[in-house]
Design a protein around this ligand. Structure first.
Ligand SMILES: NC(=O)c1ccc[n+]([C@@H]2O[C@H](COP(=O)([O-])OP(=O)(O)OC[C@H]3O[C@@H](n4cnc5c(N)ncnc54)[C@H](OP(=O)(O)O)[C@@H]3O)[C@@H](O)[C@H]2O)c1
Ligand code: SF4
Ligand code: SF4
Length: 383
């Protein structure tokens, strides 16, 4: 495992951190998966295996897996594992209506996680609206107090909005860290590479989320993308290229990845055994540019399948509709997507079930105009 030294915090962190938003799920009798039903035994086995192999950064959050991720992480960190890791979790700022709620939520999280302190406590998924509220109720006083009384060691925020707001937030408090979405398709999206450098230049540690764009860069790979990767002198998998592209930046401290199987965990442990700054040569960087151009010409909706918009009260399977819509163009096989979409229609989870309540759009960290995109997707998937 590669480690990076965080001088300001006097820490050595594993470059690969386990993100606990996509833990293995129980098989349901109807064959479908319910993201709130974690396969706890397998999740505990995986997290502990990761730690045994050198991972020392674990990331969870209040809402992951319908509120069950923190509980399962607590199980995994029993038997001496808590002492081996730096634990990160996040304040669900949208549930706080007043200053007093911050203390209540943090104390509830400490109890769920069965620990007396959080190593990295983040204000979760900041955007302009949440930031205005947090400033108004003086969240800084709460963070200072929680650090002082030892309930949290380091304070940070995760971010899903535009670059100018990111810079404003970075400049507003003495943050220890920030967590941003960055992958080879989102290099100029939200905080992006400019945000990475902006934070690092101000000595704010940067943790990366969605490095595989929620799995899109790992799943089925379009043939023309594969052809580009195959031109590299050293042959690697698309997952490996995506991680190495990030690991090459010395400004990156930890790269989080959600792993939903033991095989994925083992693969990522292998990749992070030698992914370090300087690991990409010029020819490989040129191949990345070609892959970026190919993906950008094909993808219609920038959905990362984070599930923040789910469940839709009308039953629309939003991420699945967008996956099928994107696949029409990624794989040049529109009929395969159309035929799978018929199953959603049969299950009444297709785009036409939408009653335009807007709940999903308010929850989407990618600011996708979901209602309009559903109409667009339905049209393409049914003609
Ligand atoms: N603060 C926030 O607002 C926020 C938002 C998003 C994420 N996060 C955190 O950041 C973490 C990382 O983001 P992410 O989970 O989206 O990471 P990611 O690495 O972009 O996506 C994870 C998914 O990629 C696939 N995958 C991972 N390793 C693989 C491998 N070796 N081979 C093939 N497929 C592989 C799996 O997809 P399948 O399950 O489809 O197989 C897995 O579920 C999250 O788990 C969470 O802790 C925070
Ligand atoms: S706007 Fe439509 S898709 Fe979104 S939550 Fe409401 S009904 Fe569901
Ligand atoms: S539509 Fe937005 S909130 Fe829903 S899964 Fe996709 S990125 Fe996440």
């Amino acid at each position: 495992m590669q480690y990076r030294t965080i001088k300001k915090l006097d820490l050595s962190l594993s470059t690969f951190g386990i993100g606990c938003m996509r833990l293995p799920l129980q098989q349901q009798p109807d064959g479908l998966k319910d993201s709130s039903k974690i396969d706890q035994d397998e999740a505990v086995r995986m997290i502990r295996h990761g730690i045994d192999e050198g991972v020392n950064y674990i990331d969870t959050a209040y809402p992951y897996h319908g509120g069950n991720s923190e509980r399962v992480v607590a199980e995994a960190l029993k038997d001496g594992y808590r002492e081996k890791v730096y634990l990160a979790t996040k304040l669900p700022v949208w549930l706080a209506k007043s200053y007093d709620d911050f203390d209540r939520l943090l104390n509830e999280q400490l109890e769920k996680l069965q620990t007396d302190h959080i190593d990295f406590y983040l204000l979760h998924a900041l955007n302009a609206e949440r930031w205005e509220f947090l400033k108004k109720v003086n969240v800084f006083k709460f963070l200072d107090q929680a650090k002082k009384d030892g309930r949290i060691r380091h304070a940070g925020f995760s971010f899903h909005d535009q670059l100018p707001l990111f810079k404003e937030i970075i400049d507003s408090y003495s943050w220890d860290m920030t967590q941003i979405q960055l992958n080879l398709l989102d290099d100029h999206y939200q905080a992006g590479l400019e945000g990475l450098h902006y934070a690092a230049d101000r000595d704010v540690m940067v943790v990366i989320m969605e490095p595989l764009r929620g799995g899109a860069l790992a799943a089925r790979i379009p043939n023309d993308v594969r052809d580009v990767w195959n031109q590299a002198e050293t042959k690697r998998t698309p997952v490996e290229w995506a991680f190495r592209w990030l690991a090459d930046f010395k400004e990156v401290s930890v790269i989080l990845s959600g792993v939903s199987t033991m095989e994925q965990l083992q693969d990522n442990l292998r990749i992070f055994a030698d992914a370090a700054p300087g690991c990409m040569n010029e020819q490989e960087k040129d191949l990345v540019s070609q892959v970026q151009a190919l993906y950008r010409s094909k993808i219609r909706v920038n959905c990362t399948r984070c599930n923040y918009c789910m469940p839709c009260p009308s039953g629309v399977n939003i991420p699945e509709v967008f996956r099928l819509y994107n696949n029409m163009f990624l794989f040049d096989d529109p009929e395969a997507s159309r035929s799978q979409y018929q199953k959603l229609i049969k299950d009444q989870s297709d785009a036409t079930q939408c009653v335009e309540c807007g709940l999903c759009e308010a929850a989407c960290p990618q600011s996708i105009p979901i209602i309009n995109k559903l109409v667009e997707a339905h049209q393409a998937l049914t003609t």
